[in-house]
Design a protein around this ligand. Structure first.
Ligand SMILES: Nc1nc2c(c(=O)[nH]1)N[C@H]1C(S)=C(S)[C@@H](COP(=O)(O)OP(=O)(O)OC[C@H]3O[C@@H](n4cnc5c(=O)[nH]c(N)nc54)[C@H](O)[C@@H]3O)O[C@H]1N2
Ligand SMILES: Nc1nc2c(c(=O)[nH]1)N[C@H]1C(S)=C(S)[C@@H](COP(=O)(O)OP(=O)(O)OC[C@H]3O[C@@H](n4cnc5c(=O)[nH]c(N)nc54)[C@H](O)[C@@H]3O)O[C@H]1N2
Ligand SMILES: [Mo]
Length: 682
């Protein structure tokens, strides 16, 4: 490497399965190249199309450079200094405290723009003020997490190297070819060793196209499919008696429920012929170890948690748990043992138990509106593009317009930032220290800065420190977030003995030589000791019953009450060339997807007299939107597919909760994919 060049290590902090290792090459002051880090044992030096485009994010011509202040009642902003921005915000915080005698009129809405541990400085700052209004829950994975909590006690994943033992791999409501591309190398290698693959999805996805089998299931009907398979397996006596007897509870109750259900009804629900179910059931038992990967897409339905429980039950009754190459996998958090000390600067008398006035992140507009004593006047948005990613966009716009004061911390002037009074430009992960772990694989790494912060952008930590300093200057003792301390000091605090043991290192700086795999078994639930109250896999969960849920994995049909007016499902799933609302501004991606498209099956299109490429109106009782229609035989006739996660369709999506999520995330999830619409030519 030439004298003026240096290489730095990074971990992508996006909300994504892969949490990739990257290497940055800097020449002088400039980042000139980004590549995959071959020392990352899961991603192994490979990147996705977005990862290879990071230079185009870091140096994007539209990236925010300076703090901005909105001109009064206008959609225009003027550049201000950090001193001014921090002063305005600090004074507003103190003014509201004076007005209400508490900080509860301040609300924080933060989610997944950056999952690095030090990004919790925003939460740390809010904790250090006192009790504030905060979002709870998650728009992403809540129902699936709770399903695993009820069945297994918590959630774990196997190391994908375990796939070498699998004979059948089912990708059930997950589209890794787009959303988790690094998994493909393990899946392909398992195929080379003789494994067969199956995709179960309402869309004939790129993953389905690469699979040996594809089942086009009706949206929200996976419980019916899993239970139909379970019923046939039991009727044939193919269940694994040894596993059931020794490692589960509630088998009789589950079996008795299945003996009463009508196979024909389940088949109709999931859109499969009884013959298909019988063939599939045989395949499942013949090809053990069976590895099931249930995706996040699958659980974005009102019955999503129950459906995942039904799939878990299928894995259990066939003995496909804890055995190499088997399991039912969704996500894990067992490697994320960081104490999040950065959040631990509570104001006196404030603790995690009493620091929050909660609002559901998925029902944000309504719940913010309902809060009165005091009302919410001040909103802090970070790592979040509310307007693009939240349901009920129109109500949200009204709320944002009515709020007294909004701060947005982001890299770009997003649709949400356009409602802010103050916009604070922040650093990318190439400009800061951080720690990143994955919710899927078992590798953890340190992110070091490659370059100085872009123009005047600052890290989340620096912003918290500046504000704390100013607040204390204005009113001594008003904020308890430490004003001293570098990012490295805060990193030091996160590395406990437990983490060192988990990663088998003695100092975190060793992570600069490469990410480390957490020292946990390769196979999830290898010891067959479950963390449920019974210590067993629970077909029957007393805890579910206590939470007013069916104790066993019942199938609950999703009924479209407005079928006559709005007969089609609208699925707004995750896209290859974006990550939620991010990366949509990359110019080469824009060329691939120049405009928002709705995909429609040609036979429905011809019924509706819609030509390929023509404009259509998609509408329901909540709103309408005009899009261009493209024909696609990949979608079922009663499904419409929209992939571009920008602001265009969220006005059609109501807040409708999923059945589960409360235990693991604080509130139930959101049924983003139970949306019914109509379509017509304009
Ligand atoms: N219709 C529909 N809506 C959905 C979904 C769906 O499938 N359909 N999926 C849902 C799911 S699964 C999720 S997880 C949510 C995601 O919702 P969000 O977490 O809001 O989504 P993102 O678009 O990933 O990121 C939000 C913002 O973070 C910013 N950002 C990036 N890095 C940083 C940083 O370092 N600091 C700060 N302060 N900001 C940063 C980005 O520029 C972006 O504007 O959306 C949900 N919304
Ligand atoms: N490229 C890219 N990668 C990403 C993201 C991204 O936006 N783009 N987002 C990240 C985030 S935040 C998340 S949560 C994950 C999401 O990762 P995935 O779970 O893979 O993605 P989704 O698009 O939510 O859903 C996966 C599939 O579920 C299908 N599906 C919908 N309803 C049902 C159903 O009822 N039954 C079955 N069987 N299938 C159903 C959809 O058609 C879709 O093909 O990906 C992460 N990675
Ligand atoms: Mo997500």
């Amino acid at each position: 490497m030439q004298a003026n060049k240096k290489i730095t290590r990074h971990i992508c902090p996006r909300n994504c399965f892969s949490s990739c290792g990257l290497l940055g090459v800097t020449s002088g002051e400039k980042l000139i190249k980004i590549s995959g880090d071959p020392k990352h044992g899961y991603t192994k030096g490979k990147l996705c199309p977005k990862g290879f485009n990071y230079l185009n994010i870091v140096y994007h011509p539209e990236r925010l450079k300076y703090p901005l202040r909105r001109k009064k009642n206008r959609n225009e902003w003027t550049r201000i200094s950090w001193g001014e921005a921090i002063d305005i915000i600090a004074k507003k915080i103190l003014e509201l405290e004076e007005r209400y005698g508490s900080h509860e009129s301040l609300a924080l809405n933060k989610y997944s723009g950056n999952f690095g541990v030090l990004h919790s400085a925003a939460e740390g700052f809010f904790n250090s003020l006192g009790k504030t209004t905060r979002t709870i829950g998650s728009p992403c994975w809540s129902a699936g997490l709770d399903a695993h909590y009820y069945d297994f006690g918590n959630y774990q994943t196997s190391d994908l190297r375990d796939l070498e033992h699998s004979k059948l791999i089912i990708m059930w409501g997950v589209n890794p070819t787009w959303t988790s591309i690094h998994a493909l190398q393990y899946i392909n290698s398992a195929k080379g060793k003789g494994a067969l693959t199956m995709t179960i999805d309402p869309i004939y996805t790129e993953t389905a196209k690469k699979s040996d089998y594809y089942i086009q299931v009706n949206p929200g009907s996976d419980g019916a499919l899993a239970l139909a398979l379970a019923k046939v397996i039991i009727e044939n006596g193919w269940e694994s008696s040894d596993f059931i007897e020794n490692y589960t509870i509630g088998w009789e109750a589950f079996k008795s429920y299945l003996s009463k259900v009508d196979l024909q009804y389940f088949c109709e629900q999931c859109g499969q012929a009884p013959e298909t179910i019988k063939r599939l059931a045989r395949l499942l038992v013949e090809r053990s170890p069976l590895f099931i990967w249930t995706g996040f897409g699958l659980q974005r339905h009102a019955n999503g948690g129950q459906n995942i429980r039904a799939i878990n039950a299928l894995a259990a009754l066939t003995g496909n748990i804890g055995k190499k190459g088997s399991g039912s996998h969704f996500a894990q958090q067992i490697t994320n043992k960081f104490p999040f000390a950065i959040m631990d600067y509570y104001a006196p008398g404030i603790s995690p138990e009493n620091n929050i006035r909660p609002v559901d992140i998925n029902n944000f507009a309504t719940e913010i509106n309902n809060l009165k004593d005091p009302p919410v006047n001040f909103l802090w948005v970070s790592c979040r593009n509310l307007l693009s990613q939240t349901a009920e966009r129109d109500s949200l716009i009204k709320v944002l317009k009515a709020l007294e004061f909004i701060v947005v911390v982001d890299l770009f002037l997003t649709p949400t930032a356009k409602y802010a009074d103050i916009i604070l430009p922040t650093t990318t992960f190439f400009e800061e220290w951080d720690i990143v772990s994955s919710y899927w694989h078992h590798w953890i790494g340190i992110n070091e800065p490659a370059i100085a912060p872009y123009y005047e952008s600052k890290t989340e930590l620096e912003i918290a420190q500046l504000l704390s300093k100013r607040l204390n200057e204005l009113k001594q003792g008003s904020c308890h977030f430490p004003v001293e301390g570098t990012a490295l000091d805060f990193i030091e605090e996160e590395f406990t003995e437990e983490i060192y043991k988990l990663l088998n290192i003695s100092h975190w700086k060793q992570l600069l030589d490469g990410p480390r795999r957490a020292n946990i078994p390769r196979t999830a639930w290898r010891n067959l000791k479950f963390t449920t109250p019974s210590g067993k896999f629970e077909f029957y969960s007393e805890r579910a019953a206590q939470n007013n849920l069916p104790a066993i994995a019942n199938y609950v049909e999703i009924v479209n009450k407005f079928e006559n007016n709005y007969p089609y499902w609208l699925l707004t799933t995750h896209c290859q060339y974006s990550l939620n609302s991010q990366f949509l501004n990359i110019y080469s991606f824009k060329k691939i997807n120049p405009e928002p498209i709705v995909y429609i099956h040609p036979s429905l299109a011809s019924e509706k007299n819609i030509e390929h490429g023509s404009l259509v109106k998609i509408y329901n009782q909540f709103g309408e939107t005009i899009l261009k229609a493209h024909y696609s035989k990949d979608v079922a006739k009663h499904v419409l597919l929209y992939l571009d996660h920008n602001i265009v369709v969220n006005n059609l999506i109501p807040f409708h909760p999923t059945d589960m999520g409360k235990v693991c995330t604080g509130s139930n999830g959101i049924a983003f994919y139970d949306v019914f619409v109509n379509i017509e030519k304009v």
